[in-house]
Design a protein around this ligand. Structure first.
Ligand SMILES: [Zn+2]
Length: 419
């Protein structure tokens, strides 16, 4: 029981209220430090560009004072732009039925613990920073949503006052959603009288031929392209130009419902008619840089190839295989995605296959002591009995991915093929 002297002299919201936000603010700041230092930075250091989105909701119990933490599952948020993300987070934060806000205390089970703080973070590898959204709550609802960037060290940067994708991009130099940025870019420039370009990262430009009254006017607009491109092509190694409406004609492999018709739906008809013409200009080397960073986490090196198109050598241990990334690059940009995002979605299986294959020779040497294991041309495995002239040969990646050699049955089947 507290001393009545501690109580405000006059009962009522006006006098009681000022001390509460101050205490609340302290809790919130402590929660923010905890989220950054304990949740996000260790993950970012370990997983870098593979780091997944994370949401955390922290509530405090009225009855026992305990805090309840609920981590959010944000799969469905994948495609949202910043505006939709904010709206979605606010709806989830206000309604326990959406599965994020705890409906009871984890310690004592008392209902409706008070929200202390709620955070959502997505790592943006392009700027080596987390985009952190903090929902400021009070009076039983979300009062506002603040946006920060958080690097690997130091305090969070100042809050960014941004409403949509275009403002976010201008403030921090990277989009939350490239599809959202595409929409804002076209909204803003579809009536321009010059060709607009937007550099979304090094070697990755969006371009647009705006609406034109006549074909002659459209051609005149497009005549500005070469003078723009000419001085950049060499220094920025721009080697890919592709128009969204040409995807089908070029045979670009696009996932079901992932083409521009889905995420530029209000302009889709005009794009397919050629009334409006969005396009991309790229340095394909940027894809290999991004892949190099993603592959490093798996101990795989990415080395340049001299082949025509977008090819790279993937190397790990004794394994060295050449991969064709041309189709994937076109797929990524025609699906309106960033390079890291597209590679994470479209190339993880291949990277894991390389890891499995690279680990196999050591396993076989241990399992087949009466065999000599040799790797030819970086990827053909030969298992030769010491008393034989020739051994069984197989493609190392194919061997490693058609049998799970970490299990007894998988290993037995694999050895059977080589004996
Ligand atoms: Zn409790």
């Amino acid at each position: 029981m507290r001393d009545p002297k501690d109580r405000p002299q006059t009962a009522g919201a006006v006098l009681r209220f000022p001390s509460e936000p101050a205490r609340f603010h302290e809790h919130r700041q402590a929660a923010l430090r905890w989220f950054i230092e304990r949740c996000r930075r260790p993950t970012l250091r370990e997983f870098d560009a593979w780091t997944e989105d994370l949401g955390a909701f922290i509530a405090q119990c009225h009855a026992c004072g305990g805090t309840t933490l609920r981590l959010g599952d944000f799969d469905a948020i994948d495609d949202a732009d910043l505006t939709r993300l904010k709206a979605d987070l606010m709806a989830r934060a206000e309604d326990p039925a959406r599965g994020w806000r705890p409906s009871q205390c984890a310690d004592c089970g008392a209902p409706d613990p008070s929200p202390l703080a709620a955070f959502y973070a997505r790592y943006l590898p392009e700027i080596h920073s987390d985009l952190l959204l903090e929902l400021i709550q009070g009076e039983g609802r979300v009062l506002r949503c603040d946006v920060y960037t958080v690097g690997l060290e130091g305090a969070p940067q100042r809050r960014f006052d941004v409403e949509d994708e275009a403002q976010l991009f201008e403030a921090i130099g990277a989009p939350f959603s490239l599809r959202g940025l595409w929409r804002r870019f076209i909204d803003r420039h579809h009536l321009d009288e010059a060709l607009p370009f937007l550099k979304v990262q090094e070697g990755y430009y969006l371009g647009l031929r705006p609406y034109a009254e006549t074909e002659v006017a459209a051609d005149a607009l497009f005549a500005q392209f070469e003078p723009w491109l000419e001085p950049r092509i060499g220094p920025e190694r721009l080697d890919v130009i592709t128009f969204l409406r040409d995807a089908e004609a070029q045979g670009v492999r696009i996932g079901e419902g992932e083409g521009y018709r889905a995420w530029l739906s209000s302009y889709a008809e005009d794009i397919s008619d050629g009334a409006l013409d969005p396009f991309l200009i790229l340095n394909s080397g940027q894809l290999l840089s991004a892949l190099g960073r993603l592959a490093a986490r798996y101990g795989v090196r990415v080395e340049p190839s001299t082949r025509e198109g977008v090819w790279a050598w993937l190397a790990s241990g004794e394994l060295r295989v050449e991969a064709n990334l041309t189709g994937l690059l076109f797929q990524i940009v025609h699906e309106g995605r960033g390079l890291y995002e597209g590679l994470r979605r479209g190339f993880k299986r291949e990277l894991l296959a390389v890891v499995e294959a690279a680990g196999l020779p050591a396993v076989l040497r241990a399992q087949l002591p009466d065999h000599e294991i040799t790797i030819h041309d970086g990827h053909i495995l030969e298992a030769r009995r010491l008393d034989a002239a020739r051994g069984a040969r197989a493609d190392l990646v194919e061997l490693a991915t058609s049998h799970d050699y970490h299990t007894a049955e998988g290993l037995a089947a694999l050895l059977e093929r080589l004996r």
